[in-house]
Design a protein around this ligand. Structure first.
Ligand code: HEM
Length: 145
């Protein structure tokens, strides 16, 4: 069960450093101090919105379902007057672990993987073509003589 302690926005605003970093997302007050170094988007973006309601910034990025559920882990309370939609914490844990398992199978479309694909397929193909070409030539030679 997520924390339901009620905070005002001015209370949240007192925690806006990299040693003590709070923000609000969808009415939930989050202490993300420990998450700063782990955030895949970097700590700077979070520090910019620390002490504030970061819902719009969070949504604008188009965070994944796993990221949306991760907020539960950092919840220390709710914003005064906010209506907070319930998230299933069990769901959050499952989604998170699924993401970790799946990431082993994700093929990233970056330059490195493209060059790897080149070496994985084109180089063996060229080697085979050279080998068979050489075999054909040497066999033709042996038939001619
Ligand atoms: C507790 C709050 C937050 C959590 C749990 C979180 C989590 C994540 C995760 C898991 C990712 C990887 C991509 C994904 O799964 O969507 C990510 C990427 C990112 N996040 Fe957050 N985030 C939080 C808050 C924020 C805030 C407030 C901002 C902006 C002010 C932000 C900006 C970004 C950016 C720029 C990326 C990189 C997107 C990309 O490379 O395409 N995040 N975040």
């Amino acid at each position: 069960m997520a924390e339901r302690k009620v905070f005002t926005l001015s209370q949240v605003a007192q925690h806006k450093s990299n040693k003590d970093c709070w923000l609000v997302i969808n009415g939930r007050v989050l202490d993300v101090t420990k998450f700063l170094a782990e955030h895949p988007g970097g700590e700077e973006v979070i520090l910019e919105v620390s002490g504030k309601d970061a819902t719009k910034d969070f949504d604008d990025i188009g965070h994944s379902k796993a990221a949306q559920n991760m907020v539960l882990k950092y919840q220390v309370g709710v914003l005064q007057g906010a209506i907070v939609k319930e998230l299933d914490s069990k769901d959050a844990v499952e989604k998170e672990s699924n993401t970790k398992e799946m990431s082993a199978f994700v093929i990233k479309e970056d330059g490195r993987s493209k060059s790897l694909a080149f070496y994985d397929f084109v180089v063996p193909f060229l080697a085979a073509a050279l080998y068979f070409g050489y075999r054909c030539l040497t066999r033709a030679d042996s038939v001619a003589y």
